[in-house]
Design a protein around this ligand. Structure first.
Ligand code: NAD
Length: 485
């Protein structure tokens, strides 16, 4: 991504290049949370390479059974797991509970997806005779996770990859190793062999090593477009390696004619500020018909003013926690100032009550007058507002991004929604629903810089195994019928 925008410069590495151990910190307190050795990538890949053929040779039913046991292990430890996730990410406890529930639900969804998308089939035809379609695992895959959903999103790759018969080396984000390690332990307690599901502590350096390693057959990545592009570039000359990229978004939410202003405002606020805006599907740009702008913004602002942001275990429970660390809070503050100093008009200022901690208030800024609106993902609680006068302009604004994860329309007629759906360039297009909270019973992925056309969610089964088509007969039968002397 080449842009001068400060949001792209906030990716400070948390440790020196020669580090031998990783440390994570609680965003809400700054206290040290986890400390441990960095993964030894060569050793881990060698171990996985030796082990995966035996795992792949197990009956599918055995692997499914072990994953169902994994779901039970997570269920048994749900409270402890959610507490750990809440501490390490700063998200409220209620939200961490939902994340743990999603991990449990992933198993049955993935089993269903495997059967629906990659099951064995016969494709007999009069012309070709007996044909079979079966799927094989890739071998050793690296799963690189993001910090914002340290258990749920990696599981979106890990669970289907294990069902399909791959060995997984899971490197969580360097900001959330404790959650990653806990997750790996649940697989082991369930009986998934230690060599088949390995936890690798580390940051970009370990990620790069895994990506480039000859023994790694696939890279299943969820994270920023910046990193995804780096990985794609690194593997440009390696078409033999599977690369699946689930990346960010600069997602639009368009509000059109509706008498239900309060509901529309609640959808906008939920879309923009849940998880302190740290969701790939969060609404970043609110595009509004000019006749709606005053009543809508009054409601959105008054609701945003009521948002409690605080530590995960505060009482009453906060709506949202801090952003992940001080570097992220600094970058978002700079980005807000950049928007302000380039023609943006603050509707609700970004406030950081304590400079030593990464708590940020929800912020709203009207960027309609900006000559050039930066097309970058501001991964935090900043909502940019754009006024438009007609529906074509709204669609053009919605599509004015290199990303394409989610686009939502709130209000409008069924005909307008049809037009919106037809023109919106995004992998998820919603009507009168928030941009966030995609169903994992459906594919989850985007176009443009949001992904490389290998959606996760229900379609993760597709990339976790490759199809093998076989023409099969019990005895050889002569096939040359013409052209012989
Ligand atoms: P990130 O790109 O900084 O890191 C993601 C992972 O990649 C981490 O494990 C990191 O250590 C690793 N990594 C970093 N540099 C690497 C390199 N050069 N080579 C290999 N690996 C490397 O992302 P993040 O800040 O942890 O997560 C937030 C981002 O993730 C946001 O952009 C968000 O939109 C995106 N995201 C996307 C989805 C989706 O499903 N599309 C879901 C959640 C988050």
């Amino acid at each position: 991504l080449t842009t001068e925008h400060p949001a792209n410069e906030s990716k400070a590495l948390p440790r020196a290049p020669m580090a031998v151990e990783l440390v994570s910190f609680e965003p809400a307190t700054g206290a040290e949370m986890w400390r441990g050795p960095l993964g030894d990538v060569d050793e881990q890949v060698a171990r996985a390479s030796r082990a995966w053929p035996a795992w792949a040779a197990q009956p599918l039913s055995t692997r499914m059974e072990l994953l169902r046991r994994f779901a039970n292990e997570v269920r048994k430890d749900a409270e402890a797991f959610a507490t750990l996730i809440a501490r390490e990410t700063g998200k409220p406890m209620w939200e961490a509970n939902v994340e743990v529930e999603s991990v449990i639900a992933k198993v049955e969804l993935s089993i269903r997806a495997y059967a629906e998308r990659t099951a064995q089939r016969r494709l007999d035809s009069a012309l070709q005779g007996t044909m079979a379609l079966r799927h094989k695992p890739h071998g050793v895959v690296a799963v690189l996770g993001p910090f914002n959903y340290p258990a749920h999103l990696p599981c979106g790759h890990i669970v289907p990859a294990l069902i399909a018969g791959n060995a997984v080396i899971f490197k969580p984000s360097e900001k959330v190793p404790a959650s990653g390690e806990f997750l790996a332990r649940c697989f082991h307690k369930a009986g998934v062999p230690a060599a088949i599901m390995q936890f690798c502590a580390g940051g970009p350096a370990e990620g790069q090593k895994l990506v480039a390693h000859e023994g790694v057959n696939g890279v299943l990545f969820t994270g920023s477009a910046h990193t995804g592009i780096t990985i794609n570039r690194r593997l440009a000359a390696r078409p033999d390696k599977l690369v699946t990229l689930e990346m960010g978004g600069n997602n639009p939410i368009v509000v059109w004619d509706t008498p239900k202003i309060t509901d529309a405002a609640a959808i906008v606020v939920q879309s923009a500020f849940a998880s302190a805006g740290q969701r790939c599907t969060a609404a970043r740009r609110l595009i509004v018909k000019d006749t709606m702008i005053e009543p809508l913004l009054a409601e959105v602002k008054s609701l945003a003013d009521r948002i409690i942001f605080g530590a995960p275990f505060d009482s009453p429970a906060p709506f949202m926690g801090p952003v992940i660390d001080n570097a992220a809070a600094d970058g978002l503050t700079e980005s807000f100032l950049y928007l302000l100093s380039h023609g943006g008009r603050a509707i609700k200022h970004l406030v950081r009550p304590d400079e030593a901690l990464p708590f940020l208030s929800p912020a709203i800024i009207d960027v309609t007058a900006m000559a050039e609106k930066p097309d970058v993902e501001l991964f935090g609680p900043i909502l940019q507002v754009i006024r438009v006068s007609d529906f074509d302009e709204a669609i053009a604004e919605a599509n004015a991004t290199r990303y394409g994860l989610v686009a939502a329309l709130v209000g409008g007629t069924p005909q307008e929604y049809n037009r919106f759906w037809g023109h919106a360039r995004a992998g998820i297009v919603n009507w009168n629903r928030p941009t966030i909270g995609p169903s994992h019973a459906a594919p989850v992925g985007g176009t443009g810089l949001s992904g490389n056309h290998r959606p996760s969610g229900f379609y993760a089964a597709d990339y976790c195994a490759y199809p093998v088509a076989s023409g099969e007969m019990e005895q050889p039968r002569a096939a040359i019928g013409v052209g012989l002397r």
